[in-house]
Design a protein around this ligand. Structure first.
Ligand SMILES: [Zn+2]
Length: 246
């Protein structure tokens, strides 16, 4: 009898909790959908303008396949892999650089591929870029910079005559934010998540450390321009120390 009573109470409690939680879940998924739509619009716009400016890499098919495989192994580890369609674009550029655009567009320069000495080193850098998307770093600073209302307009007035103008402006801010670089906190967070993704994909974080140690050894106090990727990042020695702690 006592067990039955407890069972009934538990069922009633679960029912009440469900009622309380359901609207919250619905609201969250609505907001989530809205955010994803806006991220996709802005990211695709940025992606389009970038591919107009850059030349596609001329890689041997086996090498292109190898980088794509590493990329896919890491994407599978992203917490957003079922809501974001990650794509990899390799561009012809000697600068050792990779970057991420909202919506899952990851760019990798041929200079980075040439500098890397193993699949694990490439995995470490790509993992870091995927982590910027995974943690929505650009979108978060975009919300802070242009405000939620500009983004809301993008989602609500797609057929409006001013839509293109708003998209152009907001996407321009997004591009500037990517070029200016993320905050130190965002960089350290991307390092931490990137390392988790690369280890879950079967790579050792020591490979990423090797990459950074070589960057450090070649740089002295000032990073040569070929290392443009790292000029906005926290100092290399600090990053190495933080990665060792993960
Ligand atoms: Zn970064």
């Amino acid at each position: 009898m006592k067990t039955k009573k407890i069972g009934m109470i538990a069922i009633i409690l679960l029912f009440i909790m469900n009622l309380a939680y359901l609207p919250a879940i619905r609201a969250e998924s609505f907001l989530g959908k809205f955010e994803r739509g806006v991220e996709q619009e802005i990211g695709y716009y940025n992606y389009q303008s970038l591919i107009r400016q850059k030349s596609p890499a001329r890689l041997k098919p086996a090498q292109a396949k190898r980088i794509q495989r590493i990329f896919e192994q890491l994407v599978a580890q992203s917490s957003r892999s079922d809501e974001v369609e990650y794509t990899l674009t390799i561009v012809e550029d000697p600068a050792i650089n990779a970057f991420a655009v909202p919506g899952g567009y990851i760019f990798v320069n041929t200079g980075l591929i040439d500098f890397a000495q193993s699949d694990g080193e490439i995995a470490g850098v790509i993992g870091h870029e995927i982590a910027h998307i995974d943690r929505k770093h650009t979108m978060k600073s975009l919300y802070r910079t242009v405000g939620m209302s500009a983004l809301w307009n993008l989602a609500m007035y797609k057929n409006d005559s001013s839509y293109k103008e708003v998209l152009n402006r907001v996407a321009g801010v997004s591009m500037t934010l990517i070029q200016l670089g993320y905050s130190r906190e965002a960089e350290f967070e991307a390092d931490a998540y990137g390392v988790r993704m690369m280890t879950a994909a079967g790579y050792s974080k020591n490979e990423l450390l090797n990459f950074w140690k070589r960057v450090d050894a070649q740089s002295g106090n000032e990073l040569p321009s070929i290392f443009q990727m790292f000029s906005t990042h926290p100092p290399v020695k600090e990053r190495i120390a933080a990665i060792q702690e993960i």
